[in-house]
Ligand binder design. Sequence first.
Ligand code: PEP
Length: 675
Amino acid sequence: MVRTLLVNLCRLVLATVFILSGLVKIIDPRGFSYKIDEYAGAAGITDFHLAHASLLFAAAVAMLEFSAGIYLFFGIRRRLTSLVTLLMMTVFAALTFWSWRWHAVSDCGCFGDVIHLTPAETFFKNVVLLLLCLPLVRHPRAQVRFISEKSQWTIGLYVWIYGAALCAYNVYMLPVMDFRPYHIGADLLRAMQPADAGDVRYTHTFIMEKDGERREFSLEDYPDSTWTFVDRRTRIEGSAKALPPIHDLSIVSPSTGIDTTEALLSSEGWKFLIVAPDLREADDGVMERLAELTDYCSHYGYPLYCLTASNEEDIRYWQDITGAEYPYLLADRTPLRTMVRSNPGLVVLKGSTVKAKFPAIGLPSETELTDRADRLALLNPDLETHLRMLLRLLLWFVGPLFILTLLDNLYRLIIHIKNKKRIMRKHIVAGNWKMNKNLQEGVALAKELKEILAAEKPNCDVIIGTPFIHLATVADLLKDSCIAVSAENCADKESGAYTGEVSAAMVKSTGAEYVILGHSERREYYHETPAILKEKVDLALANGLKVIFCIGESLAEREANKQEAVCKAELQGSVFHLSAEQWKNIVIAYEPIWAIGTGKTATAEQAEEIHAFIRKCVAEVYGEAAAQETSILYGGSCKASNAPELFGKEDIDGGLIGGASLKAPDFKGIIDAWK
Ligand code: PEP
């Protein structure tokens, strides 16, 4: 119980974190790809982005993370999902450890722009999450399913399709949710004000070229126009707390090197900024739209600039291919990439407030730019429209999942109720005296039990398995009682010269109804192989006996997580050859060898898990209806104290009891668990 609670708690925490951090990345895959570039750059891999590898990689990781979260939440492919989660957390923890120790990046990027964590914070968070993976990997089946095994594929597939569609939308359009300080409605000047301006200092370095010589200049010694601009770097110093949301935007005129940020943003009225961090890589399929935009701006007198981090050569290249006529301003690549996730993108400002943003693929056309900016809904999107769209997107995800889960669980409930009504599965408590009690003691015990159960009718079938020597007397004694008698073994030969053996026919002639076969003690001490047991089962059934067939794994097999394979092989080896008609006379007893006579009981969850698996195996061979009618007993240190919890499980139909069947009150205590 405690273990199940712990596993499910860990699983829900991990699911929440994975869903959130995956979603944040799916919403802004470009942002995440820039972060990957940053990590790659810190590792000395500089051409990662150029091959578009980082964007594809970012999308794949985002979808994997998101899907893993949803799979964890619903309990889909529990074993595989737990392993994938562990693997991902190991990689994340190692990566953030490296980033923390070797100062690779300043912000980990786990939650995009929503939550900023330092590498140290992220590393410790990842270690905690990694530890939470361990119980899941150890006990994957303890994760409660919220969706049936049959329907899990639908959800599993839908998550990937939705994730891929949303990811593609956010790559080609703009992120549906903008957590950056340049979002629509943001006042850029205000977002640039530090809490304490004195704490922050900016240093700009300009890389200029003349006659093949490259030199670095500061604002103070900016050179004359005989030098050509190549690149620019901005260093920000100050306490992290004092840093305003926008702390690295500095817009500079390429001809003078003068910082025009303040002048540009504080000017009243509308202005249009084509933001292209890298003109060499920019989408040049937008020429026509940019020309229409230029016409629109010049018609209404709106200033239009191109903000870029490119050098003069690349600016000239862009001018050549697009015939662009707007002026250029320079800024660092990082703030430009943050401003709009498109290259180029359009940012429309009124004063210093962001009014609208457009990706390259969605630049407004002349048929849309038909009036003054104030009068165009396109340039004045309202919050309500945006929220409605977000809600629609969310509903497209949550809606189908909710409906599917609801239908699946309703279906499961109906089947369960139907089965409950239909299944007349026998509840059985069977004793196995083993090699205990002489004839007189055995008869006395049988008598005592008979009297107790005559006084208080049991709510289940009761069987006692006795040594051969007791069979005839005890069977006769219990003839008209509610207790059936079972042998503990029978020979694998029909009859003949097999000194000391007792055949199935002989057992039947005593009045016994059942025989216990395949007990682990007989398998181990008397080397009864699946083939021998198969012979015994066939002979027992042929002689009109019912069989209590025992299966179960050793401790080493349980520790190697092989219990399912072992049980299935034992069934396949000795009983799955039977006809459907013969199968009606089989009762299965699952007895983990490590729990027999040791005082160690399998937990009710462990037992239920494997009982359900056994029933599934039976269903595969004899069909669902037959599986539902097969009684599967649990054996292994079952006592009056733990029987109610064990028998309370859906697939546990009673017990095969060793030690506790040797005293009538103890055995009765277990029988009472069915009350
Ligand atoms: C058994 O041997 O079948 C058995 C379940 O033994 P115990 O109840 O003593 O563990």
